[in-house]
Design a protein around this ligand. Structure first.
Ligand code: HPA
Length: 246
């Protein structure tokens, strides 16, 4: 398997895959969100899973992140791209922007955050100073440039619990903390990938201005989905270009 893609809100299938097959896997951590769809993009093998299920019926705090990543590893994936819808906080992170963050602050709670918490499991403290794999980030950024698609290189992803959106005060605090983007699914996915020794990077698709960052008094779901559709269209060409050269 050359690459695995975890699709977020708005990305429920990976377009352009040939020789497609589906596997319904079970893992020691339970069932993944959906079947894993594998296929070829050119000569490269790609596996895809919809993080919320293909019918989008699993909320961010209910996703079995451990099972999803474990299943991808079972299929032989060594590199994983997480595609995540986010709200933009920093001025250059407006709707429809694609960003490749380089840092994370985790505000989630009550999620299963480690593979080390089974009885008798080895105790491991992974290094997470750089939460995303720098070579994979660089490959994505270079591929986007070759594909002529603008991306923002870097930024801090603030992971919130959801499923509700944030208050203006929460976003103001996150901005003071140094967050540039806010989303509900970036963690514990990134940390679990590191525990499994998978290369992992995030393609963050800005769906809306985070609370209090734009002109509107309220965030509209219609706006979120319209922006996401446009941002999501940029994902397959970036990944296809990346696979052509790395
Ligand atoms: N907040 C959290 N998660 C999100 C948002 C947001 O504003 N937009 C899309 N996912």
């Amino acid at each position: 398997m050359d690459l695995a893609v975890i699709g977020g809100t708005g990305l429920y299938r990976f377009p352009g895959l040939a020789d497609v097959s589906e596997q319904v896997l079970d893992t020691p951590w339970g069932k993944p969100s959906d079947a894993i769809v594998s296929g070829r993009l050119g000569s490269r093998r790609v596996a895809f899973i919809a993080r919320h299920g293909r019918g989008h019926d699993i909320l961010p705090h209910k996703v079995n992140y451990r099972a999803n990543l474990h299943a991808l590893k079972q299929l032989g994936a060594a590199r994983v791209i997480g595609v995540n819808a986010v709200g933009g906080i920093r001025a250059d992170m407006g709707p429809r922007v694609v960003a490749i963050p380089d840092q994370i602050i985790d505000y989630t709670h009550g999620r299963s955050t480690s593979y080390c918490d089974a009885d008798g499991a080895e105790v491991r403290h992974i290094d997470f100073s750089e939460p995303y794999t720098s070579t994979l980030r660089k490959d994505l950024i270079a591929a986007a440039a070759r594909a002529g698609i603008a991306v923002v290189d870097g930024g801090c992803y603030g992971a919130t619990q959801g499923p509700r959106l944030e208050t203006r005060a929460e976003i103001a605090r996150m901005r003071r903390d140094g967050c540039d983007l806010v989303g509900m699914t970036g963690m514990p996915e990134a940390a679990l990938a590191r525990e499994l020794d998978l290369d992992y990077a995030c393609l963050a698709l800005v769906a809306n201005w985070a609370a209090g960052c734009g002109d509107e008094a309220e965030i509209s779901l219609d706006e979120i989905f319209a922006n996401l559709e446009q941002a999501t269209a940029k994902v397959p060409p970036i990944i296809a270009e990346m696979l052509r050269q790395s």
